[in-house]
Design a protein around this ligand. Structure first.
Ligand SMILES: Cc1cc2nc3c(=O)[nH]c(=O)nc-3n(C[C@H](O)[C@H](O)[C@H](O)COP(=O)(O)OP(=O)(O)OC[C@H]3O[C@@H](n4cnc5c(N)ncnc54)[C@H](O)[C@@H]3O)c2cc1C
Length: 407
């Protein structure tokens, strides 16, 4: 693809530069930091502002709250908004993962009702897939949905690691609807109203002190049949669509840390020595630059395919695997360069406003979210390199006959 702006993209870039300069902040308000609770309100306000200006969900159709532009406009927006502190990707799980599922599987009336409110963050969405014994082996999930005589569904069970569930109005939930077929064939995906009595959300406290994700319990939670996303028992295909979009979204919004590292080593001095003159630092810089450029190119290739009407493919696994690992390595290496100063975690006094301290604590999570490194390797091996599948002992076995500790 051509990496230069077309005349149309160049004019869009100028337009949004002007708008961002007038409307976006270069620093978050006092006391607000990424990961903390206070940023939620700031993010809602920012999304509302972008929606009112016509810059929300740039590649969604206008009738669904988007701007009717292309994925490449989104790249230009991401490049420009990166110069500001606004939490522009805060609701990426709803917009990046749930949005495509609703767009793909809901009827017109629902799309028009739900999507514009998602785009402006009037409604916040979460993704309810993982369970205590179904993360990598997602298709082994046990939350059950049973259809009632009136056609509606009742769900019972538990999800875990649900990002943002404590703030969510809706979720996309994957449930087991048939145990007599193999595990991939008895799943169905639904939209769930999170604000109903049958849904209990319990936040989980993380090692960095934040509460990003939650346990969610269902006790006869109700779902109208109109909220079903796709055919009954065809939920695995629908879930794959969500997961592919998630990996693409993570590659787009989770920083690999390279730009920040480059800025840091350009000018920082440690013990009187300029870091940029240190041979070890220069070696790391070259190594990470080549990975960063490779991930960027593969992301652009994926976007080109999507902008031509294709689906995000297995290449998303490459960006997530390399970028996630690099983010953690860069954070740890930079903290080791900082020495004792690296132990200071107060943004007001720490070097680089504690960016690398935060990254060191949160980056392990990026290597798990949306599929772990090992699962990304399996995807690359099987779907890109064409290597043999790993052994799957439960292949073709009815879900109810798979041995488990649950009896
Ligand atoms: C920051 C963050 C946000 C998240 N947000 C959400 C969310 O919003 N919604 C949601 O549904 N989930 C969410 N998750 C959950 C995430 O999808 C799971 O953590 C992930 O899929 C791994 O599942 P698990 O934690 O059960 O680990 P397990 O699947 O139990 O894995 C444990 C270890 O075994 C390895 N392993 C497992 N199977 C294989 C295999 N076949 N081959 C080789 N190694 C293997 C794994 O790589 C891992 O190292 C989030 C997780 C994080 C960290």
């Amino acid at each position: 693809m051509d990496f230069n702006d077309t005349p149309e993209l160049a004019s869009f870039r100028n337009e949004i530069r002007e708008w961002l300069a007038a409307n976006a902040r270069t620093e978050l308000p006092e006391g607000v930091k990424y990961g903390g609770e206070a940023i939620y309100a700031v993010a809602k306000e920012w999304y509302k502002k972008t929606a009112e200006a016509g810059y929300a969900c740039l590649d969604w159709p206008k009738e669904y709250g988007g701007a009717g532009l292309t994925p490449l406009h989104k790249v230009v927006w991401a490049q420009e908004v990166a110069n500001y502190a606004e939490p522009d990707s805060y609701f990426v799980i709803g917009i990046g993962n749930c949005g495509p599922a609703v767009t793909h599987f809901s009827d017109e009336k629902l799309k028009q009702r739900l999507l514009p409110r998602m785009a402006s963050a009037d409604d916040v969405w979460c993704q309810l897939f993982s369970e205590p014994s179904a993360g990598s082996d997602l298709a082994g999930l046990r939350t059950q949905a049973v259809q009632q005589d009136d056609g509606s569904w009742r769900i019972n069970g538990q999800k875990i690691w649900t990002s943002g569930a404590n703030h969510s109005d809706y979720g996309v939930v994957l449930c087991r609807t048939d145990t007599s077929v193999s595990k991939y064939k008895g799943l169905t995906m639904f939209i769930l109203d999170m604000k109903q009595p049958g849904v209990t959300v319990k936040p989980i406290k993380q090692m960095d002190g934040n509460q990003h994700f939650n346990e969610v319990f269902f006790s006869d939670a109700e779902i109208p049949d109109a909220y079903r996303l796709g055919e009954v028992n065809q939920g695995w295909g629908a879930a794959l669509l969500v997961l592919m979009n998630e990996r693409m979204a993570i590659t787009a919004v989770a920083p690999d840390g390279f730009d920040r590292f480059l800025e840091f080593v350009k000018s920082a001095e440690i013990a009187g020595q300029l870091l940029r003159d240190d041979p070890q630092v220069r070696d790391r810089l070259a190594h990470w630059y080549s990975q960063h450029a490779g991930v960027d190119a593969s992301y652009m290739r994926m976007l080109t395919a999507v902008s031509k009407g294709g689906m995000p493919g297995a290449e998303g696994a490459v960006g997530k695997l390399i970028g996630g690992r690099m983010n953690q390595d860069i954070a740890n290496f930079t903290l080791s360069l900082m020495g004792e100063a690296g132990a200071v975690h107060d943004a007001a006094t720490a070097m680089e406003q504690a960016y690398f301290q935060d990254a060191a604590l949160f980056s392990p999570g990026i290597r798990l979210a949306g599929g772990t490194d090992e699962i990304m390797r399996n995807i690359i091996a099987e779907q890109i390199l064409g290597l043999p599948q790993e052994p799957r002992a439960d292949k073709g076995v009815a879900f109810k006959d798979i041995p488990s500790g649950n009896g």
